[in-house]
Design a protein around this ligand. Structure first.
Ligand SMILES: Cc1cc2nc3c(=O)[nH]c(=O)nc-3n(C[C@H](O)[C@H](O)[C@H](O)COP(=O)(O)OP(=O)(O)OC[C@H]3O[C@@H](n4cnc5c(N)ncnc54)[C@H](O)[C@@H]3O)c2cc1C
Length: 480
Protein backbone atom coordinates (compact mmCIF):
# COMPACT_ATOMS: atom_id res chain seq x y z
CA UNK A 1 0.00 0.00 0.00
CA UNK A 2 2.89 2.35 0.77
CA UNK A 3 3.93 4.07 -2.45
CA UNK A 4 7.44 3.60 -3.69
CA UNK A 5 9.08 6.99 -3.55
CA UNK A 6 11.90 8.45 -5.54
CA UNK A 7 14.32 10.29 -3.35
CA UNK A 8 13.78 14.04 -3.45
CA UNK A 9 16.86 16.18 -2.85
CA UNK A 10 16.25 18.49 0.06
CA UNK A 11 15.96 22.09 -1.08
CA UNK A 12 19.33 23.37 0.29
CA UNK A 13 21.25 20.79 -1.82
CA UNK A 14 19.72 22.20 -4.96
CA UNK A 15 19.90 25.91 -4.19
CA UNK A 16 23.06 26.46 -2.22
CA UNK A 17 23.35 30.11 -3.06
CA UNK A 18 19.99 31.28 -1.75
CA UNK A 19 19.57 32.29 1.85
CA UNK A 20 17.05 30.58 4.07
CA UNK A 21 16.50 33.13 6.82
CA UNK A 22 13.03 34.63 6.47
CA UNK A 23 14.45 38.00 7.53
CA UNK A 24 17.12 37.95 4.83
CA UNK A 25 15.10 37.02 1.78
CA UNK A 26 16.99 36.44 -1.46
CA UNK A 27 15.85 37.85 -4.77
CA UNK A 28 14.08 35.62 -7.22
CA UNK A 29 16.41 34.63 -10.06
CA UNK A 30 14.55 33.40 -13.14
CA UNK A 31 17.75 32.13 -14.88
CA UNK A 32 18.67 30.13 -11.77
CA UNK A 33 15.16 28.74 -11.56
CA UNK A 34 15.37 27.77 -15.23
CA UNK A 35 18.58 25.87 -14.62
CA UNK A 36 17.21 24.15 -11.49
CA UNK A 37 13.83 23.09 -12.89
CA UNK A 38 13.10 20.18 -15.23
CA UNK A 39 9.70 21.59 -16.12
CA UNK A 40 8.85 24.98 -17.66
CA UNK A 41 9.49 28.36 -16.13
CA UNK A 42 7.19 31.06 -17.50
CA UNK A 43 8.11 34.68 -16.75
CA UNK A 44 6.18 37.90 -17.54
CA UNK A 45 8.10 38.51 -20.76
CA UNK A 46 7.25 35.07 -22.15
CA UNK A 47 4.70 34.81 -24.91
CA UNK A 48 2.42 32.39 -23.10
CA UNK A 49 2.55 34.26 -19.78
CA UNK A 50 -0.97 35.68 -20.11
CA UNK A 51 -2.46 32.31 -20.99
CA UNK A 52 -0.52 30.65 -18.17
CA UNK A 53 -1.77 33.09 -15.50
CA UNK A 54 -5.41 32.83 -16.57
CA UNK A 55 -7.66 30.87 -14.23
CA UNK A 56 -11.20 29.58 -14.70
CA UNK A 57 -12.89 32.36 -12.74
CA UNK A 58 -13.29 35.57 -14.71
CA UNK A 59 -12.16 38.94 -13.37
CA UNK A 60 -8.95 37.57 -11.82
CA UNK A 61 -6.03 39.56 -13.19
CA UNK A 62 -3.14 38.65 -10.87
CA UNK A 63 0.34 38.94 -12.34
CA UNK A 64 2.69 36.43 -10.71
CA UNK A 65 6.46 36.98 -10.80
CA UNK A 66 6.81 33.50 -12.26
CA UNK A 67 4.76 30.43 -13.12
CA UNK A 68 6.55 27.11 -12.80
CA UNK A 69 5.04 24.19 -14.66
CA UNK A 70 6.66 21.48 -12.58
CA UNK A 71 7.64 18.14 -14.11
CA UNK A 72 8.04 16.04 -10.98
CA UNK A 73 8.19 16.00 -7.19
CA UNK A 74 11.78 17.24 -7.24
CA UNK A 75 10.68 20.36 -9.11
CA UNK A 76 7.93 20.81 -6.55
CA UNK A 77 10.45 20.71 -3.69
CA UNK A 78 12.66 23.22 -5.51
CA UNK A 79 9.80 25.66 -6.04
CA UNK A 80 8.74 25.41 -2.40
CA UNK A 81 12.33 26.12 -1.36
CA UNK A 82 12.53 29.16 -3.64
CA UNK A 83 9.26 30.49 -2.22
CA UNK A 84 10.64 30.14 1.29
CA UNK A 85 13.98 31.69 0.43
CA UNK A 86 12.53 34.67 -1.40
CA UNK A 87 9.57 35.11 0.93
CA UNK A 88 7.31 35.33 -2.12
CA UNK A 89 3.73 34.15 -1.90
CA UNK A 90 3.19 30.66 -3.30
CA UNK A 91 0.01 29.66 -5.14
CA UNK A 92 -0.61 26.00 -5.96
CA UNK A 93 -2.55 25.18 -9.09
CA UNK A 94 -3.92 21.90 -10.31
CA UNK A 95 -6.98 22.58 -12.51
CA UNK A 96 -7.23 26.32 -11.78
CA UNK A 97 -10.91 26.29 -10.70
CA UNK A 98 -10.61 27.86 -7.25
CA UNK A 99 -13.73 29.96 -6.60
CA UNK A 100 -11.57 32.28 -4.51
CA UNK A 101 -8.92 32.92 -7.17
CA UNK A 102 -6.34 31.04 -5.09
CA UNK A 103 -4.73 29.31 -8.06
CA UNK A 104 -2.76 32.44 -8.97
CA UNK A 105 -1.24 35.32 -7.00
CA UNK A 106 0.01 38.84 -7.59
CA UNK A 107 3.80 39.17 -7.59
CA UNK A 108 4.38 35.68 -6.22
CA UNK A 109 5.14 32.21 -7.52
CA UNK A 110 2.59 29.89 -9.12
CA UNK A 111 3.42 26.20 -8.82
CA UNK A 112 1.41 24.71 -11.65
CA UNK A 113 0.90 20.94 -11.81
CA UNK A 114 -0.68 21.08 -15.28
CA UNK A 115 2.03 18.96 -16.96
CA UNK A 116 1.99 16.17 -14.36
CA UNK A 117 -0.63 13.89 -15.86
CA UNK A 118 0.71 10.36 -15.48
CA UNK A 119 -1.99 7.80 -14.73
CA UNK A 120 -1.23 4.22 -13.75
CA UNK A 121 -4.36 2.06 -13.68
CA UNK A 122 -4.31 -1.32 -11.93
CA UNK A 123 -7.38 -2.87 -13.55
CA UNK A 124 -7.31 -6.10 -11.54
CA UNK A 125 -6.56 -4.35 -8.26
CA UNK A 126 -9.25 -1.69 -8.95
CA UNK A 127 -6.93 1.18 -8.08
CA UNK A 128 -5.18 4.00 -9.93
CA UNK A 129 -2.20 6.20 -9.14
CA UNK A 130 -2.87 9.61 -10.69
CA UNK A 131 -0.67 12.67 -10.90
CA UNK A 132 -2.48 15.78 -9.76
CA UNK A 133 -2.24 17.72 -13.01
CA UNK A 134 -5.03 15.54 -14.39
CA UNK A 135 -8.54 16.89 -14.71
CA UNK A 136 -11.68 14.98 -13.76
CA UNK A 137 -12.55 14.28 -17.39
CA UNK A 138 -9.04 13.15 -18.31
CA UNK A 139 -8.96 10.69 -15.40
CA UNK A 140 -12.54 9.51 -15.96
CA UNK A 141 -12.10 8.97 -19.71
CA UNK A 142 -9.01 6.84 -19.15
CA UNK A 143 -10.54 4.68 -16.41
CA UNK A 144 -13.84 4.31 -18.32
CA UNK A 145 -11.92 2.44 -21.01
CA UNK A 146 -11.81 -0.37 -18.40
CA UNK A 147 -15.41 0.18 -17.21
CA UNK A 148 -14.06 1.75 -14.01
CA UNK A 149 -14.59 5.11 -12.30
CA UNK A 150 -13.79 7.26 -9.29
CA UNK A 151 -16.27 10.05 -8.54
CA UNK A 152 -15.22 13.69 -8.86
CA UNK A 153 -17.53 16.69 -9.47
CA UNK A 154 -19.94 17.98 -12.09
CA UNK A 155 -17.36 19.66 -14.33
CA UNK A 156 -14.75 17.82 -16.36
CA UNK A 157 -12.12 20.56 -16.36
CA UNK A 158 -11.88 20.73 -12.56
CA UNK A 159 -8.48 19.49 -11.40
CA UNK A 160 -8.30 16.29 -9.38
CA UNK A 161 -5.84 18.13 -7.07
CA UNK A 162 -8.18 20.75 -5.67
CA UNK A 163 -11.40 18.76 -5.72
CA UNK A 164 -9.89 15.78 -3.91
CA UNK A 165 -8.15 17.76 -1.19
CA UNK A 166 -11.41 19.57 -0.35
CA UNK A 167 -13.70 16.50 -0.41
CA UNK A 168 -15.28 15.98 -3.83
CA UNK A 169 -19.07 15.97 -4.24
CA UNK A 170 -20.21 14.62 -7.58
CA UNK A 171 -22.34 12.22 -9.57
CA UNK A 172 -21.36 9.14 -7.56
CA UNK A 173 -21.67 10.77 -4.12
CA UNK A 174 -24.70 8.82 -2.91
CA UNK A 175 -23.53 5.53 -4.37
CA UNK A 176 -19.81 5.66 -3.51
CA UNK A 177 -19.33 8.70 -1.27
CA UNK A 178 -17.03 11.68 -1.64
CA UNK A 179 -13.86 11.57 -3.74
CA UNK A 180 -11.85 11.37 -0.51
CA UNK A 181 -13.74 8.23 0.45
CA UNK A 182 -11.94 6.58 -2.46
CA UNK A 183 -8.55 8.10 -1.67
CA UNK A 184 -6.29 5.28 -0.51
CA UNK A 185 -2.91 7.02 -0.42
CA UNK A 186 -1.11 10.13 -1.61
CA UNK A 187 2.34 11.51 -2.18
CA UNK A 188 2.81 14.93 -0.65
CA UNK A 189 5.77 17.32 -0.76
CA UNK A 190 5.76 19.16 2.55
CA UNK A 191 6.92 22.68 3.38
CA UNK A 192 10.44 21.46 4.14
CA UNK A 193 10.72 19.78 0.74
CA UNK A 194 10.25 16.21 1.88
CA UNK A 195 8.25 13.81 -0.28
CA UNK A 196 6.03 11.76 2.00
CA UNK A 197 4.06 8.63 1.20
CA UNK A 198 0.83 9.12 3.10
CA UNK A 199 -1.87 6.57 3.87
CA UNK A 200 -3.74 5.00 6.78
CA UNK A 201 -0.50 3.57 8.22
CA UNK A 202 2.06 6.18 7.19
CA UNK A 203 1.55 9.72 8.50
CA UNK A 204 -2.07 8.92 9.36
CA UNK A 205 -2.55 12.43 10.79
CA UNK A 206 -1.59 13.97 7.45
CA UNK A 207 -3.72 11.43 5.58
CA UNK A 208 -6.70 12.47 7.72
CA UNK A 209 -5.99 16.18 7.10
CA UNK A 210 -5.63 16.04 3.32
CA UNK A 211 -9.02 14.37 3.03
CA UNK A 212 -10.96 17.66 3.25
CA UNK A 213 -8.39 20.08 4.66
CA UNK A 214 -7.50 21.51 1.23
CA UNK A 215 -4.03 22.58 0.15
CA UNK A 216 -2.88 23.59 3.63
CA UNK A 217 -0.45 20.77 4.32
CA UNK A 218 1.76 20.36 1.29
CA UNK A 219 1.69 19.83 -2.45
CA UNK A 220 0.02 16.56 -3.41
CA UNK A 221 1.80 15.18 -6.46
CA UNK A 222 0.04 11.82 -6.77
CA UNK A 223 -3.13 10.21 -5.45
CA UNK A 224 -4.00 6.54 -5.23
CA UNK A 225 -7.74 6.08 -5.78
CA UNK A 226 -10.11 3.15 -5.46
CA UNK A 227 -11.91 2.40 -8.72
CA UNK A 228 -15.49 1.19 -8.94
CA UNK A 229 -17.10 -0.83 -11.67
CA UNK A 230 -19.21 1.67 -13.60
CA UNK A 231 -19.55 0.11 -17.07
CA UNK A 232 -22.33 2.53 -18.00
CA UNK A 233 -24.83 4.84 -16.35
CA UNK A 234 -28.29 6.17 -17.12
CA UNK A 235 -28.24 9.91 -16.94
CA UNK A 236 -27.62 13.24 -18.53
CA UNK A 237 -29.77 16.33 -18.54
CA UNK A 238 -33.47 16.74 -17.76
CA UNK A 239 -35.05 20.19 -18.02
CA UNK A 240 -38.33 20.88 -16.27
CA UNK A 241 -40.31 24.10 -15.86
CA UNK A 242 -39.26 25.55 -12.49
CA UNK A 243 -42.53 25.89 -10.63
CA UNK A 244 -42.28 25.75 -6.84
CA UNK A 245 -44.20 22.45 -6.94
CA UNK A 246 -41.72 20.93 -9.40
CA UNK A 247 -38.71 22.08 -7.33
CA UNK A 248 -40.09 20.68 -4.05
CA UNK A 249 -41.18 17.53 -5.88
CA UNK A 250 -37.73 17.11 -7.39
CA UNK A 251 -36.09 17.27 -3.96
CA UNK A 252 -38.62 14.78 -2.53
CA UNK A 253 -37.95 12.39 -5.42
CA UNK A 254 -34.16 12.78 -5.08
CA UNK A 255 -34.33 12.01 -1.35
CA UNK A 256 -36.51 8.94 -1.99
CA UNK A 257 -34.41 7.68 -4.91
CA UNK A 258 -32.10 4.67 -4.65
CA UNK A 259 -28.53 5.55 -3.76
CA UNK A 260 -27.40 4.72 -7.27
CA UNK A 261 -28.95 8.03 -8.29
CA UNK A 262 -27.18 11.33 -7.57
CA UNK A 263 -28.71 14.56 -8.83
CA UNK A 264 -27.76 18.19 -9.27
CA UNK A 265 -30.75 20.50 -9.85
CA UNK A 266 -29.87 23.95 -11.19
CA UNK A 267 -32.84 26.29 -10.91
CA UNK A 268 -32.02 29.04 -13.39
CA UNK A 269 -33.22 30.88 -16.49
CA UNK A 270 -33.06 28.65 -19.57
CA UNK A 271 -29.91 29.53 -21.53
CA UNK A 272 -30.26 30.08 -25.28
CA UNK A 273 -29.31 26.50 -26.09
CA UNK A 274 -29.89 25.54 -29.73
CA UNK A 275 -32.13 22.57 -28.90
CA UNK A 276 -34.52 24.75 -26.84
CA UNK A 277 -37.37 26.60 -28.57
CA UNK A 278 -36.72 30.37 -28.53
CA UNK A 279 -39.81 31.00 -26.38
CA UNK A 280 -38.24 28.96 -23.55
CA UNK A 281 -35.06 31.06 -23.41
CA UNK A 282 -34.87 33.05 -20.19
CA UNK A 283 -37.78 31.24 -18.51
CA UNK A 284 -36.97 29.64 -15.15
CA UNK A 285 -36.21 25.96 -15.50
CA UNK A 286 -34.81 23.14 -13.42
CA UNK A 287 -31.75 22.06 -15.36
CA UNK A 288 -31.08 18.74 -13.70
CA UNK A 289 -27.92 16.73 -14.21
CA UNK A 290 -28.45 13.17 -13.11
CA UNK A 291 -26.48 9.94 -12.93
CA UNK A 292 -27.88 6.53 -12.08
CA UNK A 293 -24.80 4.35 -11.61
CA UNK A 294 -26.28 0.92 -12.14
CA UNK A 295 -28.25 -1.30 -14.42
CA UNK A 296 -30.19 0.39 -17.24
CA UNK A 297 -33.74 -0.78 -16.52
CA UNK A 298 -33.49 0.01 -12.82
CA UNK A 299 -32.09 3.40 -13.81
CA UNK A 300 -35.06 4.17 -16.05
CA UNK A 301 -37.38 3.23 -13.17
CA UNK A 302 -35.47 5.52 -10.78
CA UNK A 303 -35.72 8.42 -13.24
CA UNK A 304 -39.44 8.02 -13.95
CA UNK A 305 -40.67 10.05 -10.93
CA UNK A 306 -38.62 13.05 -12.10
CA UNK A 307 -39.94 12.86 -15.64
CA UNK A 308 -43.46 12.73 -14.18
CA UNK A 309 -43.09 16.00 -12.24
CA UNK A 310 -44.05 18.12 -15.26
CA UNK A 311 -43.85 17.94 -19.03
CA UNK A 312 -40.08 18.19 -19.60
CA UNK A 313 -38.76 21.16 -21.54
CA UNK A 314 -36.00 18.78 -22.69
CA UNK A 315 -35.32 15.16 -21.80
CA UNK A 316 -31.81 14.01 -22.65
CA UNK A 317 -31.55 11.21 -20.10
CA UNK A 318 -30.17 8.02 -21.64
CA UNK A 319 -27.84 5.09 -21.06
CA UNK A 320 -24.29 6.22 -21.71
CA UNK A 321 -20.66 5.72 -20.72
CA UNK A 322 -19.97 7.59 -17.46
CA UNK A 323 -17.56 10.27 -18.84
CA UNK A 324 -20.24 11.48 -21.26
CA UNK A 325 -21.65 13.36 -18.29
CA UNK A 326 -18.74 15.75 -18.89
CA UNK A 327 -19.59 17.63 -22.11
CA UNK A 328 -16.85 19.46 -24.03
CA UNK A 329 -15.99 22.84 -22.51
CA UNK A 330 -14.75 26.03 -24.14
CA UNK A 331 -11.25 26.93 -22.96
CA UNK A 332 -12.09 30.62 -23.20
CA UNK A 333 -15.04 30.44 -20.81
CA UNK A 334 -14.21 32.60 -17.77
CA UNK A 335 -17.47 33.74 -16.16
CA UNK A 336 -17.66 36.81 -13.96
CA UNK A 337 -19.53 35.10 -11.14
CA UNK A 338 -20.32 35.65 -7.48
CA UNK A 339 -21.23 32.54 -5.53
CA UNK A 340 -21.97 31.32 -2.02
CA UNK A 341 -22.34 27.83 -0.63
CA UNK A 342 -24.42 26.46 2.23
CA UNK A 343 -26.25 23.40 3.51
CA UNK A 344 -29.97 23.21 4.23
CA UNK A 345 -32.13 20.54 5.84
CA UNK A 346 -35.19 20.80 3.62
CA UNK A 347 -36.56 22.33 0.45
CA UNK A 348 -40.32 22.10 0.86
CA UNK A 349 -42.96 24.09 -0.99
CA UNK A 350 -42.49 27.40 0.93
CA UNK A 351 -38.70 27.23 0.47
CA UNK A 352 -39.15 26.41 -3.22
CA UNK A 353 -41.53 29.37 -3.57
CA UNK A 354 -38.91 31.69 -2.09
CA UNK A 355 -36.28 30.32 -4.49
CA UNK A 356 -38.50 31.08 -7.48
CA UNK A 357 -39.37 34.55 -6.17
CA UNK A 358 -35.74 35.49 -5.52
CA UNK A 359 -34.58 34.27 -8.93
CA UNK A 360 -37.47 36.18 -10.54
CA UNK A 361 -36.43 39.35 -8.70
CA UNK A 362 -33.09 39.55 -10.53
CA UNK A 363 -32.40 40.45 -14.14
CA UNK A 364 -28.83 39.10 -14.21
CA UNK A 365 -28.05 37.22 -17.41
CA UNK A 366 -27.38 34.10 -15.35
CA UNK A 367 -28.51 33.40 -11.80
CA UNK A 368 -28.90 30.04 -10.18
CA UNK A 369 -29.79 28.04 -7.10
CA UNK A 370 -28.03 24.71 -7.35
CA UNK A 371 -29.55 21.99 -5.18
CA UNK A 372 -27.71 18.75 -4.41
CA UNK A 373 -29.42 16.11 -2.29
CA UNK A 374 -26.72 14.30 -0.33
CA UNK A 375 -26.91 11.23 1.93
CA UNK A 376 -26.25 7.64 0.91
CA UNK A 377 -22.66 6.38 1.05
CA UNK A 378 -21.30 9.83 1.89
CA UNK A 379 -23.40 9.95 5.07
CA UNK A 380 -22.30 6.52 6.30
CA UNK A 381 -18.72 7.68 6.93
CA UNK A 382 -18.32 9.04 10.50
CA UNK A 383 -17.98 12.84 10.67
CA UNK A 384 -14.56 12.66 12.32
CA UNK A 385 -13.10 10.02 9.97
CA UNK A 386 -11.78 12.70 7.61
CA UNK A 387 -11.41 16.48 7.69
CA UNK A 388 -14.72 16.79 5.80
CA UNK A 389 -17.12 17.08 8.74
CA UNK A 390 -20.48 17.54 7.02
CA UNK A 391 -21.53 13.93 6.66
CA UNK A 392 -24.98 14.58 8.14
CA UNK A 393 -25.77 17.57 5.97
CA UNK A 394 -28.80 16.78 3.86
CA UNK A 395 -28.79 19.20 0.91
CA UNK A 396 -25.99 21.38 -0.43
CA UNK A 397 -27.11 24.67 -1.99
CA UNK A 398 -24.88 26.85 -4.13
CA UNK A 399 -26.28 30.18 -5.20
CA UNK A 400 -24.58 32.25 -7.86
CA UNK A 401 -25.05 35.10 -10.26
CA UNK A 402 -23.11 36.52 -13.16
CA UNK A 403 -22.21 40.20 -13.10
CA UNK A 404 -21.06 42.35 -15.99
CA UNK A 405 -18.24 44.32 -14.38
CA UNK A 406 -17.30 46.55 -11.45
CA UNK A 407 -20.39 48.73 -11.98
CA UNK A 408 -22.91 46.05 -11.17
CA UNK A 409 -20.77 43.89 -8.87
CA UNK A 410 -22.06 45.21 -5.56
CA UNK A 411 -25.75 44.96 -6.30
CA UNK A 412 -25.31 41.45 -7.69
CA UNK A 413 -23.36 40.48 -4.58
CA UNK A 414 -26.11 41.94 -2.38
CA UNK A 415 -28.63 39.77 -4.26
CA UNK A 416 -26.51 36.68 -3.53
CA UNK A 417 -26.16 37.57 0.15
CA UNK A 418 -29.92 38.14 0.42
CA UNK A 419 -30.49 34.76 -1.19
CA UNK A 420 -28.29 33.07 1.39
CA UNK A 421 -30.09 34.86 4.24
CA UNK A 422 -33.44 33.81 2.80
CA UNK A 423 -32.47 30.15 2.57
CA UNK A 424 -30.49 29.81 5.80
CA UNK A 425 -31.86 27.12 8.12
CA UNK A 426 -30.12 25.33 11.03
CA UNK A 427 -27.08 23.85 9.29
CA UNK A 428 -24.47 26.62 9.20
CA UNK A 429 -21.65 24.48 7.77
CA UNK A 430 -19.86 25.16 4.49
CA UNK A 431 -18.14 22.99 1.90
CA UNK A 432 -14.63 24.34 1.54
CA UNK A 433 -14.33 23.74 -2.21
CA UNK A 434 -17.22 26.07 -3.00
CA UNK A 435 -16.13 28.88 -0.68
CA UNK A 436 -15.22 32.14 -2.34
CA UNK A 437 -12.94 34.65 -0.58
CA UNK A 438 -15.31 35.07 2.37
CA UNK A 439 -13.14 35.44 5.45
CA UNK A 440 -12.19 33.34 8.45
CA UNK A 441 -15.67 32.73 9.82
CA UNK A 442 -16.69 30.83 6.72
CA UNK A 443 -13.47 28.81 6.69
CA UNK A 444 -14.24 27.88 10.28
CA UNK A 445 -17.75 26.90 9.16
CA UNK A 446 -16.08 24.43 6.80
CA UNK A 447 -14.15 22.94 9.72
CA UNK A 448 -16.48 23.06 12.72
CA UNK A 449 -15.53 22.34 16.33
CA UNK A 450 -12.75 19.86 16.95
CA UNK A 451 -12.03 19.49 13.21
CA UNK A 452 -10.50 22.98 13.18
CA UNK A 453 -8.34 22.33 16.26
CA UNK A 454 -7.09 19.03 14.91
CA UNK A 455 -6.27 20.57 11.52
CA UNK A 456 -4.47 23.52 13.11
CA UNK A 457 -2.37 21.09 15.16
CA UNK A 458 -1.42 19.06 12.08
CA UNK A 459 -0.68 22.28 10.20
CA UNK A 460 1.73 23.29 12.99
CA UNK A 461 3.53 19.96 12.55
CA UNK A 462 3.83 19.98 8.74
CA UNK A 463 3.78 23.69 7.83
CA UNK A 464 4.61 25.72 10.95
CA UNK A 465 5.58 28.80 8.89
CA UNK A 466 2.35 28.72 6.88
CA UNK A 467 4.14 28.52 3.53
CA UNK A 468 0.90 27.12 2.10
CA UNK A 469 -1.34 30.06 2.94
CA UNK A 470 -2.84 31.05 -0.40
CA UNK A 471 -5.86 28.84 0.17
CA UNK A 472 -8.81 28.60 2.56
CA UNK A 473 -6.21 28.99 5.23
CA UNK A 474 -5.92 27.11 8.50
CA UNK A 475 -3.13 28.89 10.39
CA UNK A 476 -0.83 26.63 12.43
CA UNK A 477 -1.87 26.23 16.07
CA UNK A 478 0.36 28.29 18.29
CA UNK A 479 2.17 26.43 21.04
CA UNK A 480 1.50 23.10 19.31
C1 LIG B 1 -17.28 25.22 -12.65
C2 LIG B 1 -16.96 24.56 -11.34
C3 LIG B 1 -17.64 23.40 -11.01
C4 LIG B 1 -17.36 22.76 -9.80
N1 LIG B 1 -18.04 21.61 -9.47
C5 LIG B 1 -17.74 20.96 -8.34
C6 LIG B 1 -18.42 19.76 -7.99
O1 LIG B 1 -19.32 19.31 -8.68
N2 LIG B 1 -18.09 19.14 -6.85
C7 LIG B 1 -17.11 19.61 -6.03
O2 LIG B 1 -16.84 18.98 -5.02
N3 LIG B 1 -16.47 20.77 -6.31
C8 LIG B 1 -16.76 21.44 -7.43
N4 LIG B 1 -16.14 22.62 -7.73
C9 LIG B 1 -15.21 23.18 -6.75
C10 LIG B 1 -13.82 22.61 -6.96
O3 LIG B 1 -13.76 21.33 -6.37
C11 LIG B 1 -12.79 23.52 -6.29
O4 LIG B 1 -12.83 24.78 -6.86
C12 LIG B 1 -11.40 22.90 -6.40
O5 LIG B 1 -10.55 23.51 -5.48
C13 LIG B 1 -10.87 23.08 -7.80
O6 LIG B 1 -9.74 22.30 -7.97
P1 LIG B 1 -8.68 22.71 -9.09
O7 LIG B 1 -7.53 21.83 -8.90
O8 LIG B 1 -9.35 22.78 -10.40
O9 LIG B 1 -8.40 24.20 -8.68
P2 LIG B 1 -7.07 25.01 -8.30
O10 LIG B 1 -7.52 26.41 -8.34
O11 LIG B 1 -5.95 24.59 -9.14
O12 LIG B 1 -6.82 24.58 -6.83
C14 LIG B 1 -7.62 25.08 -5.79
C15 LIG B 1 -6.83 25.06 -4.52
O13 LIG B 1 -6.61 23.71 -4.14
C16 LIG B 1 -5.29 23.56 -3.66
N5 LIG B 1 -4.61 22.60 -4.52
C17 LIG B 1 -4.93 22.24 -5.78
N6 LIG B 1 -4.14 21.25 -6.19
C18 LIG B 1 -3.29 21.00 -5.19
C19 LIG B 1 -2.24 20.07 -5.00
N7 LIG B 1 -1.92 19.19 -5.94
N8 LIG B 1 -1.56 20.09 -3.82
C20 LIG B 1 -1.87 20.97 -2.85
N9 LIG B 1 -2.86 21.87 -2.98
C21 LIG B 1 -3.57 21.88 -4.12
C22 LIG B 1 -4.67 24.92 -3.62
O14 LIG B 1 -4.87 25.49 -2.34
C23 LIG B 1 -5.46 25.69 -4.63
O15 LIG B 1 -5.53 27.05 -4.35
C24 LIG B 1 -16.39 23.29 -8.91
C25 LIG B 1 -15.74 24.48 -9.25
C26 LIG B 1 -16.01 25.10 -10.44
C27 LIG B 1 -15.32 26.37 -10.78
Amino acid sequence: MTPKLDPVPTPPERSQSVQTSPTESSTLSIPKLRSDIRGRVIAPEDQDYDAARTVFLGGVDDRPAVIVRVADATDVATVIAVARETGLELAIRSGGHSSAGHSVCDGGIVLDLHDMKALDIDVDGRTAWAETGLTAVEYSTATAAHGLATGFGDTGSVGIGGITLGGGVGYLVRKHGLTIDDLLAAEVVTADGELLGVDAENHPDLFWAIRGGGGNFGVATRFKFRLHEVPSVVGGMLMLPATAEAIAGFIRAAEAAPEELSTIANVMPAPPMPFLPAEEHGKLIIMALMVYAGETEAGQRALAPFRALATPVADMLKPMPYPEIYPPEGEDYHPLAISRTMFVDRIDLPVAESIVAHLDASDAAMRVAQLRVLGGAMARVPSDATAFAHRDSRIMVNVATFYEGPDDHDRREAWVEDFVALLRQDDDGAYVNFLADEGEDRIRAAYPGSTWDRLAGIKARYDPDNVFRRNQNIPPATGA
